[in-house]
Design a protein around this ligand. Structure first.
Ligand code: ZN
Length: 369
């Protein structure tokens, strides 16, 4: 008799998900099966489900009907014949980044640059990435998912499944901070500091020793909550209170060493610019946000001032493991999140209900099992 599991599947773009029973998948030789305890509902999921095919036709969705769900955390339930180092019962986060291991970049140990890179349960990043979505068609909005062993992050006891399922957006910020070499000799400016991405950048910038963390946003109440994380090191500025660059330089003298842009879709280009203008000579800007369209940039100024602008997308499982090491040792405090947990049956309510939230402090979770 074929065993079945409960899964939420989308049959048509812009249609609600349907709860259905599908065959429980078996892991391949290098894969594990994970019983999903928590799967994050990220703010961008509604955009992916509703608008992706028209906004970003170059980024393929999984073949429909599809099980979405970007960030699962749970317990290893079965392992493939060639899996080493993981066993049933292990608590894990599944990094949804999938690479092919056969393209030139993968064979050069640059797997985050894979030409077929895809987010399992979400969308692909290249025109050929559909092959990875076909190979791993099980997102986290189901009782079980299948994940390659290379994608696993072992969770310490002091990280709950709900917090573990937040690692995706946290990891995006952490990888950006690492690219910018953030440490005790660094000041960091975060555009959108109270949002789902920006709050994670702030938490890890503090953990990595940044001497000052400056952040901008619109909601003063949320900005005050972020400042309260470390009142001596965090400085916040409402976009209603004047140009960001003037404020940043009034605090730091010459400007900040690092600017991380974590703004959401539809953000004003001028805010991005103000971040660049806030950099001191030799500074680095990293974009992890969704400011879209063409942004005019003064490349002559960038040359004179030895500035860098980097795009950063996602993070490796190894970086994820380093993040939970910081949490296990107490170097980073991930207890700030407010978990709002829904059963799988209420997935459509959860996706539509996420617009009402306390910025990045809210953590929307589906608990399938
Ligand atoms: Zn590859």
């Amino acid at each position: 008799m074929i065993q079945t599991m409960l899964a939420a599947r989308m049959h048509d773009v812009r249609a609600p998900m349907r709860l259905e029973r599908v065959p429980t998948p078996e892991p391949g030789p290098l894969d594990v099966r994970v019983r999903v305890k928590a799967c994050n509902i990220v703010p961008n999921l509604a955009n992916v489900l509703q608008n992706w095919t028209t906004w970003f036709p170059q980024n393929p969705l999984p073949a429909l009907p599809a099980i979405f769900g970007l960030d699962p955390a749970g317990v290893v339930d079965a392992v493939g014949t060639d899996v080493k180092g993981f066993a049933p019962g292990d608590r894990v986060y599944v990094n949804p980044g999938r690479y092919c291991d056969s393209c030139r970049e993968c064979r050069s140990n640059k797997r985050m640059h894979c030409q077929n890179f895809a987010f399992s349960g979400y969308f692909g990043l290249t025109p050929t990435s559909g092959m990875m979505l076909d190979r791993y068609p099980y997102g986290g909005l189901a009782e079980y998912t299948i994940a390659p062993q290379y994608s696993l992050v072992r969770l310490p006891e002091n990280i709950s499944f709900e917090t573990g399922a937040r690692l995706g957006y946290l990891g995006t910020g952490y990888a950006a901070l690492r690219k910018a070499d953030v440490g005790p000799d660094t000041t960091v400016l975060i555009n959108g500091i109270s949002g789902t991405l920006g709050l994670g950048v702030a938490l890890f910038a503090l953990a990595m020793g940044a001497s000052a963390v400056l952040g901008t946003g619109r909601n003063r109440e949320l900005l005050d909550r972020v400042k309260a994380l470390a009142p001596g090191r965090v400085h916040v500025h409402s976009l209603a209170d004047g140009p960001v660059s003037e404020w940043a330089k009034s605090l730091t003298g010459e400007g900040v060493d690092v600017h991380i842009d974590a703004l959401g879709p539809g953000a004003d280009h001028e805010v991005f610019h103000e971040g660049l203008k806030s950099l001191r000579r030799g500074g680095t800007a990293v974009n992890i946000g969704a400011t879209s369209g063409l942004v005019p940039i003064d490349v002559h100024h960038m040359m004179d001032q030895q500035l860098r602008l980097i795009g950063s997308c996602w993070f490796s499982a190894g970086e994820g493991q380093a993040m939970v090491d910081l949490a296990a040792s107490g170097a980073v405090d991930l207890s700030v999140f407010e978990h709002i947990v829904y059963p799988l049956e209420e997935v459509n309510d959860a996706i539509s209900g996420i617009s009402v939230r306390n910025g990045g402090f809210s953590n929307f979770i589906i608990s399938p099992s």
